[in-house]
Write a protein that binds this ligand. Structure first.
Ligand code: HEM
Length: 277
């Protein structure tokens, strides 16, 4: 359930930041001002909620990983020894040969996040047979990339909300550029999160019970799998190219005049305030 809600909230972020990005691009190029401001403000509301929910659901997912897949959590955090006051690395590099992780860390934070008790030990990689450990550096970097981008998006949402509240959204070109590029953030975090989750669970397909290498089909050959993979990659690349072409075309064209006129019950209040400018 935590994984599902975390993934759904990640999709909300993708939608919200796309809306913000298009609005930011229009503001940078001084086009469709009212439409752009409305897009950015509505998008920022959703993005702020979704960014905070990413933290909450991500934290709940991490506690689930601590309970159910301790080797994955140890790899995500580059934790080697099973110690109380287990540290959380803000970023860093895993030295697999010497069983160490280099980088700034906060003592006790991992124990506290995993169990709500900074004194409680968290299982380290040394307690797990080398053959049962996931690829540590890849898991660590991808997990930290996801969390890092998530935190940057929270910071950007706060900055943009304050600028919008003070009526200064259009005055900083740096902010507008960052809002335009922000569309990439959730895409990177979603991919990194998915890769971290899948690489971090290796070598198991069912944790502790069934290894990925034992879960291969006996009837489907490697060549057949490779052929269908190539086919899927080609089909999805084509679909992606069509998507980017159509989206780019729609954004460059901008909203039609009719799109700027509110309809239904909202129109009354809107017209009373002077209508679209
Ligand atoms: C900000 C702090 C974040 C924390 C603490 C966090 C935590 C986690 C954890 C622990 C997992 C692994 C779950 C598992 O293997 O069972 C995960 C996976 C994932 N995360 Fe995050 N995350 C954060 C931010 C984000 C953001 C910003 C996004 C996207 C916008 C995101 C998207 C994902 C996705 C798509 C997965 C894979 C889910 C799956 O395959 O089940 N995460 N995250």
């Amino acid at each position: 359930m935590n994984r599902l809600s975390h993934t759904v909230v990640g999709a909300w972020q993708a939608g919200a930041w796309l809306m913000i990005s298009v609005g930011g691009w229009y503001l940078l190029h001084r086009r469709h001002r009212d439409f752009a401001l409305a897009s950015v403000k509505i998008g920022l509301g959703l993005a702020a909620v979704a960014a905070l929910l990413s933290l909450v659901t991500g934290d709940a997912s991490a506690r689930g990983v601590a309970r159910n897949q301790p080797a994955k959590l140890a790899a995500f955090e580059g934790l080697w020894q099973t110690v109380p006051q287990a540290p959380l690395h803000l970023f860093g590099w895993v030295d697999k040969a010497h069983g160490r992780t280099h980088g700034p860390e906060v003592t006790g934070l991992l124990s506290w996040l995993a169990y709500g008790d900074s004194g409680r030990p968290v299982t380290g990689l040394e307690a797990i047979r080398p053959a049962d450990r996931p690829p540590v550096n890849a898991s660590f970097q991808l997990f930290h990339l996801m969390v890092g981008v998530g935190c940057l998006l929270i910071g950007l949402a706060v900055w943009a909300e304050i600028a919008s509240w003070r009526g200064r959204l259009e005055q900083s070109r740096l902010l507008l550029w960052l809002l335009t590029l922000s569309v990439l953030g959730p895409q990177i975090a979603n991919q990194a999160g998915w890769w971290a989750a899948e690489i971090g669970r290796q070598p198991w397909i069912v944790y502790g019970l069934l290894r990925t290498s034992d879960a291969l089909s006996k009837v489907v050959t490697a060549n057949q799998v490779a052929a269908s993979m190539v086919m899927f990659i080609i089909v999805y690349l084509l679909l992606f190219a069509v998507f980017v072409f159509l989206l780019n075309d729609k954004i460059r064209h901008g909203p039609d005049d009719g799109d700027l006129q509110p309809t239904g019950k909202w129109a009354l209040g809107f017209k009373a305030k002077g209508g679209a400018k």
